[in-house]
Structure formats: structure tokens, C-alpha cells
Design a protein around this ligand. Sequence first.
Ligand code: NAD
Length: 493
Amino acid sequence: MTTIDREVTKYPAVQNYIGGRFVASSAADALDVTNPADGSVISRVPLSSSPDIDAAVQAAKKALPGWAATTIKERVQVFYRYKALLEEHIDELAALVTEENGKIDGEGRAEVLKSAELCEFACSLPQIAAGEVLEVSRGVECRIERFPVGVVASITPFNFPNMVPNWTIPNALAFGNCMILKPSEQVPLSAGRIAELLRESGLPDGVLNIVHGGQATVEAICDNPEIEGISFVGSTRVARIVYRRGTANLKRVLALGGAKNHLIVMPDAEPEMTSSNVVASMSGCAGQRCMAASVMMAVGATDHIIERMAIIMRGMKPGVHVGPVISPEAKKRIEGYITEAEKAGAKVLVDGRGAVVPGKENGYYVGPTLIDHVTPEMRIASEEVFGPVMVIIRSKDVEGAVAVQKRSRYGNAASVFTESGGVARYVMENASAGMVGVNVGVPVPREPFGFGGWNDSKFGVGDITGRGSIEFWTRSKKMTTKWNKEAGVNWMS
Ligand code: NAD
């Protein structure tokens, strides 16, 4: 924590957003917000605690009855307008993502476009989430209607400052909930613009509130008795903490954690597509995606593909094709993993350590890195590195490759590159991951399909987006009615 004169930062100190107004946090402590591309301090973010969460909860509670009483068809009108505003403001929103997170321009734009797609899904909820009705006995009808959970919270990570908040906001709010968003303290600026655009779209005050901070803020959310549900996206370490603490306080919690995604490359894989897709998966967003590939299981004779990957990676310039990682600590951690693997006998084919971008010498850059002859026992093969690093583990057959994947404690994504339908089906059936792909480096299921992993990559039931999120953001009410006294009488009437 440093003391920076707020006048010298590009953006004013970040404020909480409560009841439709930007307000100062009650906390005295604050952190610097830095631009990872050059290390400059661009703002300060407060470390809010219980009084700020309490104020946000009161604002959300006040807004809840009115918002919940509108129909879902009315509520999604906000998201039609918000989607149009996201598209209209894409240049500015993408630039803000780049500034606080480090993504290169195309990546920032892709993130905002994905937020627009998430709104598109929310706008379809009146059609998708229509209730069920059945005559269960003569003249007796059962129907199911969905009601909001109440005041809910969404806690988000640094790697998608615009998209991950939009994983939860449109669906949760369309179903009539009121929300407290707790963005990552490393990237707090995009959230403020999200709030402004939603206000411009007609969202009533208090339906979305934002409280900035870190651990103490999250703990205040987990302990607040008036918050009914929590969604969390971040590392497995913190996902466990939030899941345990939130459920111990009898809340519904869906906590998405970290990842270690395996790509299985077969000798028959189409070389051009496979090499470019694998590199794009490991290096996109500087490897800081929970869907990024970080282990390549090279099955049999795949040297020709590895050589192409090395050529592509050597041609990628940090600062142009790969953005910086989020912090100096992240750079040190990633480079430490590479050095440790090298000392343990792995062969570094392409080395991104010590990358420097001219004119941005204080940026936190790591170049694309390819490491061959890694063994499953090495730390770099099993722990989440979260940087542009791909390790290659050799396997003589697909069964051995899948066996290595299944030993991972994570289970977010896995993919296979092959021309064989039988091999593809074997991997899809047997990989221990919630999202699997064939000839796709980043197998993100797009709406209406839900996003969510298995094992230590997700705690809780359901998915965070798509149809899989409907149960989480709603409570269903089962209604049984009979209107005609002449209806048949039986044990259920
Ligand atoms: P993080 O776990 O450090 O932080 C996530 C959130 O938790 C932040 O809002 C942070 O303020 C809060 N937090 C941090 N420490 C805490 C503590 N001790 N107690 C309570 N709250 C705490 O994650 P990050 O570094 O911001 O994001 C990167 C991680 O997120 C990676 O592990 C990545 O795989 C994961 N991620 C997962 C998904 C997914 O869908 N599974 C998506 C995006 C990112």
C-alpha cells in the first residue's frame, strides 16, 4: 500500500455505488490500481468492510419489492437497452479493460462483445424460463413459478473486469434479484462504467450496488444475514473459503475456482489448425483465462506440431501480440515456475522470461513460453500457473494422456485435437472436466449452454451462465389449484 496524491492519478479514487449514487467508502485503507502495461498508478481503490456492505444491503432491500413485483418481460427491457449501450461504447469499454487489466485491444473488445451476448441470453429468459403446468388429477392443476432469491452478491476476479460481472448481473437481475457486486480490487474501474450504463438503461436505483475491497469485504458478504445467495469466480483457494463460509451461514453459494486445462494432441491432428489453436489458447489474454490450455499431452509422433508451435510463439511480440500479466508478483510467480521446471530437467523450447517491451520497461511482461519433457510430478504440471506458459507431457497413447488429465485436482476444461471420431468420443467421455472440446482450443460453451467446471474448479450445483444458472438465481414455487367442485375426488384432491 502506498500513499499517492489522488490528483496525480489518471482516474479519481474509486467509489462504491449504493442506491444509485457513487459514494465514498467508510474505509480509510485503500490500494493503488495500476496499469500492468507500464506499472503506472491510475487510481486508488478502497478496502471497504461491513458498514459499506450493510449500507449496500439496505439499498438492495429497499429496491427489492418494487423490482421483484415487475414482470420478467419488463425487467429484461433494461438489458435490451444495456446491450445496445455496450455495443455503442465498445471502444471506450475495451480501452478501460486494457488499461486496468493489460489485455491487448482485440481481447478487450472480445470481452465486451461477450458481455453483449450475455445480455442477449438474459433477454431470452422470458421465453426460456416460462413455467410448467399440468393437470395432475381430474380438475387439479400444478404449476411452477419462479421467484427471486432476494438480495444476492457476486464476487469477481481480475481477469475479466467487464465480462465476469456480466456473467451474473443480467441473469440475476432479470429474475428479480437485487445485487451487491464486489469486483476485484486489481481491476475496479470497469464496474463503475457498468453501473453507469445500467442506470442509463433504466435500471432502478438500488437494484445493482457495488462495494469495492478485498478479503474483509468478501467476509462481510459471507457473514451478512440478509444476503441470500453468493456467486464467486476466482482462485480455488478463495472459492473454498467463500463456499465454506457462505454455506456455513446457510446461503446458497456457487463458487467457481481455478483451472489446469489439458489439450490432448494426437499424431493425426491437422498440423496447421492444431498448432495455431493451441498457441492461441495458451497465450490469449497472456494465459490469464480459466479456459487457457496449460498442459499439452503430446501423444506419439507429434514433433512436427510442436515445431510449428515454437515457430508461431517465437514470432509473437510481448506488448503487441501478448499483453502483460496482472502484477509484478504474478510475473515473478510465473517465471519461478519456469525456472523450477528447467532445473528439474524439463527443456525450455521458447523462453518468455525477462521479456521487456521498449518504452514500457516497467510493464509486467512474460513472453509465450513452451516447455517440453515435463513430467506429471513437476509442480508446473499440476498447479495453476496463470500465465502464457504451455508445458508438454509426452504420452504413448490416448489412454495414458487421459489418465494424466484425470489425476488433476481441477476439472474446468479439456480438449482433443484429432481427425478420429472414435478418439474424440473417448476423450469427451473420459476426461474429468465440465467443459470438453474437439479441435477447439478454448471450449467455452456459449449461450444458451452454461459455463462451469468440475472437481476443484467449481463448488456448488449448477452453472454460472446459460440455462444452468436459472435454478441458482431463482426459487421455484409449486402451486396446486382446483376450481371446480365437480372435479373428481381422489386421494390427491
Ligand atoms: P482471487 O481468488 O485471488 O480473487 C477473486 C476474488 O476474491 C476477488 O474479488 C478478491 O478480492 C477476493 N479475495 C481474494 N483473496 C480473498 C480471501 N482471502 N478471502 C476472501 N476473498 C478474497 O482470484 P484472481 O487472482 O482475481 O483471479 C484469477 C483466478 O480466477 C484464477 O485462479 C482463475 O482460474 C480463476 N477464474 C476462474 C474462472 C472460472 O470460471 N472457473 C473464471 C475466471 C477466473
